[in-house]
Ligand binder design. Structure first.
Ligand code: GLA
Length: 727
């Protein structure tokens, strides 16, 4: 087992292939963190590593006397509020007396194979029990009767672990959970660069790098979604480390709503990392006997730099997060009509697109927004999930029959969590939209948000969706979410529970998604939120694909795809070739191939030459599908390292195939384009498909290739090279 407990020293050691994580039960049963980093064989972390020291001005446990250690500088395993620790903390519970001092101490633990489920929440899972090991620590606040369980599951093979926390009220009076982070982690130094993913609609998950500084830094969302703006991800790269070498830590929250991901560098130079539900508009009224579960966070350590960290996330998510029939099944090559037609389509138009698509070898037609109610623009009809037979003459079944006769699969768009003020549903149930009594409800894209905290609303949505999904031969669903939440309130929640709204909302969404994926296990699910507004591991648990961004311009996409690759695998990334601006169809294809590939255009609006180029791209999609979906990603020239060019590489797990893509974003005279390949076998010889020459892996990696003259001059030009091992 990779989790050890040494009773004499009262030390826990959690090992993976590349990392060790160590903490101990200290005096007075405080849980104290000792180490997280590159794997070490021993646990002798007491004498020269002791961080349980005395600090001037800081409070200390009365039993330890004036010279004793101060909780304020001790590396706490799970930091709590109000009992001497003045840093950002993980847990704050206001007890029945009205104060919020919270202090949990170790009482027992349990180590076992496998991983428990998190009730109502998405989480990583074990395919077989021997794949991971779990440690549960029970800790107790003897003053309030709050019992906390700290969960640690170690995925030994992947150098990854998950952490989450559950709190139970064992007292006879209600308590208010005001803050509950999924983990806290105290690192001894602050010599790190912090990587986060900021963005906006059309420009999601762009990498931002800053040096840790004293005080609090990090990312949050208060939008009711994980957001376009600040993804629930942080990485720390140790001083001197890089893309390929050195200590890298990645933290990612499996949650799709308001989050807080922070690091505080303290006065003694230590760094505390916290991650969990954002607590600025959160609370949970915990009644006697009730348990509250935090979402879980994923922690990855790599001694092979940022690249090693990313590849660990990718493998872990492909194996232990994404689920269902489509987890390992080849995804159909799709065409979506949105950018081609918007809502201006009917069955004839869709059939025209389908005929062209079938002829060139595309495998699925996705009918986007505009097929239901009176929806001819984005100002009405969300909630009226009934087929518009004026547009789809003869009904949806008739359209699908004709599409299927062409040999294509069929997909459909939904936005279940929304309700238009101009809809039959809103006229019948005005209280179903989230709102605050007496206050005007704000609009976003002329729509309100439906109250997913309500079971009756979820039942309505489930049934009306089943009418369409169950009675038609549908293969795919695109599930959208196109605004942030404001005036957060539910007509059914009592005042003391309104602060639970945001968390209950996302639990409601997860519940409906779960019911849909269980009722229709054959459906391929593609999540979307105005592109990548909910591009997070919570959604990936239901949806093996997520529409990466509404920005389909290949150059704009590069920042987004590189940023996303810090922790999210290519298999999840919905990436389409569209008619949008700037680059030629070769570059569009090369960029969109880094993901779950497809097209998003109206063939009637593009030239015969471009259509001829597209026809030649289909074979490549099939040929390199496995390499991209299951191979290892290496960032050769990340967008954050060079403003003019970018390069990346996929290598198959057995190192027999590789694909290198380079893009000249902006052409500047005399800028050389030199790449050194990565991840190959130095002793193997590889044939380059494009020039039929043979090179050793060593040559390609150590001498590299000068591609300056192989790639066309000009902005937005690209080149993809493919290498195959020879016997
Ligand atoms: C969002 C999505 C688009 C499209 C539209 C439809 O913006 O990101 O791909 O589905 O909604 O309204």
């Amino acid at each position: 087992m990779p989790i050890y407990f040494y009773p004499e020293k009262r030390i826990f050691k959690l090992d993976t292939a590349d990392s060790s994580y160590i903490f101990k039960i200290f005096q007075e049963n405080y849980l104290v963190h000792l180490y997280y980093g590159k794997k070490i064989p021993d646990t002798n972390l007491t004498k020269f590593h002791d961080r349980c020291v005395n600090a001037s001005f800081s409070a200390r446990n009365a039993n330890w006397g004036e010279a004793g250690p101060s909780v304020d500088v001790m590396p706490m395993e799970y930091a709590t509020n109000g009992c001497g620790d003045m840093r950002i903390t993980g847990l704050q519970v206001r007890n029945a007396d009205g104060n919020a001092s919270t202090d949990i101490r170790y009482i027992s633990h349990n180590i076992y194979s496998g991983k428990p489920k998190l009730p109502g929440l998405p989480a990583l899972y074990a395919n077989t029990d021997d794949e991971c090991t779990t440690l549960e620590i029970k800790a107790f606040d003897k003053v309030t009767g709050l019992e906390a369980t700290l969960f640690y599951t170690v995925f030994e093979k992947y150098s990854a672990m998950t952490r989450s926390v559950a709190v139970k009220n064992t007292s006879k009076k209600a308590m208010e959970v005001e803050k509950i982070m999924s983990f806290t982690l105290d690192l001894p130094t602050c010599d790190y660069d912090l990587y986060t993913l900021w963005g906006r609609h059309n420009y999601e998950r762009t990498t931002e790098i800053r040096r840790l500084a004293h005080g609090i830094q990090g990312v949050t969302s208060r939008r009711g979604s994980s957001s376009h703006n600040q993804n629930p991800f942080m990485a720390l790269l140790r001083e001197g480390a890089s893309e390929d070498y050195g200590d890298a830590y990645g933290f990612n929250l499996v949650y799709s709503s308001n989050h807080r991901c922070e690091i505080e560098v303290d006065f003694n130079g230590s760094s505390r990392v916290i991650m969990g539900i954002d607590d600025s508009d959160f609370g949970w009224h915990l009644t006697p006997g009730e348990t509250f579960y935090s979402p879980e966070a994923v922690l990855v350590y790599s001694s092979e730099g940022l690249g090693g960290m990313s590849r660990t996330f990718h493998k872990l998510y492909n194996t232990n997060l994404v689920r269902g029939e489509w987890k390992n099944k080849k995804r159909p090559l799709l065409i979506n009509n949105w950018e081609g037609t918007h809502m201006n389509f009917d069955d004839d138009k869709l059939l025209d697109i389908a005929k062209w698509a079938a002829d060139i070898g595309i495998e699925m037609l996705v009918m986007d927004d505009g097929w239901f109610g009176k929806r001819n623009d984005d100002k009405c009809a969300l909630g009226d999930w009934i087929v518009n037979e004026e547009k789809l003459k003869g009904g949806l079944g008739h359209l699908i029959e004709r599409v299927k006769a062409l040999g294509l699969k069929f997909g459909i768009w939904y936005e279940p969590e929304m309700i238009s003020p101009d809809s039959d549903l809103y006229r019948a149930h005005p209280d179903w939209c989230i709102h605050v009594p007496g206050r005007e409800t704000s609009l976003g894209r002329t729509q309100y948000v439906i109250d997913m905290t309500r079971e009756d609303v979820r039942d309505y949505l489930f049934n009306i969706m089943c009418d369409v999904l169950g009675n038609n031969d549908i293969d795919y669903i695109k599930w959208d979410f196109n605004r942030n939440i404001s005036e957060a309130g539910s007509a059914l929640l009592p005042p003391e529970r309104q602060k639970e709204f945001f968390h209950r909302f996302i639990l409601g969404t997860y519940d409906l998604m779960d019911r849909i994926v269980k009722r229709f296990p054959h459906l391929l699910f593609e999540n979307c939120s105005g592109g990548g507004g909910r591009y997070d591991p919570g959604m990936m648990y239901y949806s093996p694909q997520i529409w990466c961004s509404d920005n389909t311009d290949s150059i704009g996409r590069l920042d987004i795809q590189f940023g996303s690759s810090l922790c999210y695998p290519a298999s999840v990334q919905g990436a389409h070739v569209s008619a949008s601006r700037r680059t030629n169809y070769n570059t569009k294809k090369d960029v969109a191939m880094w993901g779950s590939f497809g097209y998003e255009l109206d063939p009637a609006k593009i030239s015969e030459e471009d259509k001829a180029v597209i026809r030649t791209q289909i074979a490549g999609y099939h040929k390199y599908y496995d390499l991209i979906h299951n191979g290892d990603l290496y960032r050769l020239i990340p967008t954050w390292a060079d403003p003019y060019k970018a390069a990346w590489q996929f290598v198959s797990e057995d190192k027999t195939q590789a694909m290198v893509t380079v893009v000249r974003k902006h052409h500047v005279r005399d800028d050389s384009l030199f790449v050194r390949l990565k991840g190959l076998d130095p002793d193997t010889y590889y044939r380059c498909e494009e020039n039929d020459e043979v090179y050793s892996g060593a040559l390609l990696m150590y001498a590299g290739m000068n591609l300056t003259f192989a790639i066309n001059r000009g902005d937005g030009q690209s080149l993809a090279l493919h290498f195959e091992a020879i016997e």
